[in-house]
Ligand binder design. Structure first.
Ligand SMILES: [Fe+2]
Ligand SMILES: [Fe+2]
Length: 349
């Protein structure tokens, strides 16, 4: 809220003169430096807005594309309990997409526009979802490692300088933590099951470990957006810092699981107080990014088809909303809705 005040004060002081941008930018910089939140109606540099839209769109796309590899296993889950859990998890990911598209809308970029760019291959989603889910154990490995890496990346985003993004991340992180635990619990059951189940769990971890490390993005010295994002406090930690944190979290968890991490160079470094780990194959990362991963084509085709097949639902929802807006009783109907009080004390209809 204080950022609004800072922005408005600067705006008033600057009036409509040519010096306006300088004063507004100074107020913006001061708000970011003071760890205040930037809100949609505040002045912000165009590049800050563009950077946020790019990051939030990529994040939203990752949530909904991420539904695809796991949804493949809903019909093949080994028990009703596992099926119910997986359905809840996949549904959560759809919700995460919605929060993030809505947050991006506060910057003036509509959901339709972002989805069109995704479908045309002009905006990215996380490369991790271009790997296949070959066995049931992959559902566990995705929960433990992929959702685990997502949490490591996203918890600091709850303090991101842009208010709507930061607030969306609070709820997302709570749900991601449930996802991580369901994956861990699934792998724990498999790892302590029959030898064949243990082997299946190990095979899944072997295939998902390295792509999970790549989720943190290129090394710091090769990351084009990192430095500016950190100055703007969109990002709080560098890619390499977060990757190291993730490795250090996973090593003891793998021990409890009774599963090996597929890296012969992984060892505790007493001096650094962190684990050393082997070199990441950045050529593979670049290839998947370019569209040459095992499932790039399949994921986008599936997503485009889902969008086309869902057109009637969007049309019906829009027609229903329009009908209620046009109705002569619309305003009366609104006032008839009883007011309820939400926990933070605000009355809402
Ligand atoms: Fe998610
Ligand atoms: Fe998740």
């Amino acid at each position: 809220m204080a950022a609004v005040t800072a922005g408005q004060t600067a705006q008033a002081a600057a009036g409509s003169t040519d010096g306006a941008d300088g004063a507004l930018e100074a107020a913006f910089d001061a708000a970011v430096a003071a760890d205040e939140r930037i809100e949609p109606r505040d002045w912000m540099p165009d590049a800050y807005r563009a950077s946020l839209v790019r990051q939030m769109a990529q994040h939203a796309h990752s949530e909904i594309i991420g539904m695809l590899p796991e949804a493949n296993w809903i019909t093949r889950a080994p028990s009703l309990r596992r099926k119910a859990i997986l359905m809840a998890k996949v549904q959560d990911e759809a919700g995460h997409g919605l929060y993030l598209y809505s947050a991006a809308e506060t910057l003036g970029t509509g959901r339709e526009e972002l989805l069109d760019k995704l479908h045309a291959g002009r905006q990215r989603y996380s490369s991790i979802f271009n790997y296949p889910t070959l066995t049931w154990a992959d559902v566990g490995a995705i929960g433990w490692l992929v959702d685990g890496a997502a949490i490591t990346n996203q918890v600091p985003l709850c303090r991101c300088s842009y208010g709507p993004y930061a607030r969306a991340m609070v709820r997302i992180c709570k749900e991601e933590s449930f996802h991580q635990r369901q994956g861990y619990e699934l792998l724990l059951a498999l790892s302590h099951g029959t030898p064949a189940q243990h082997e299946m769990a190990q095979d899944a971890v072997n295939r998902w470990w390295w792509p999970s490390l790549m989720m943190f993005g290129p090394p710091d010295d090769a990351s084009s957006h990192s430095a500016q994002s950190m100055t703007w406090k969109i990002k709080r930690h560098s890619n390499d810092e977060l990757r190291q944190r993730f490795v250090d979290i996973c090593v003891p968890q793998a021990e409890v699981l009774g599963l090996a991490l597929p890296d012969p160079d992984l060892r505790w470094n007493e001096e650094r107080g962190q684990h050393d780990f082997g070199a990441i194959d950045w050529t593979e990362f670049q290839e998947v990014l370019k569209g040459n991963g095992p499932c790039n084509e399949q994921r986008l085709t599936q997503r485009r088809r889902a969008h086309e097949e869902g057109a009637w639902v969007r049309d019906a929802a829009a027609a229903y909303a329009q009908k209620h807006t046009d109705s002569p009783n619309a305003d009366a109907a609104k006032t008839d809705v009883p007011k309820t009080v939400v926990p933070n004390g605000e009355a809402t209809a």
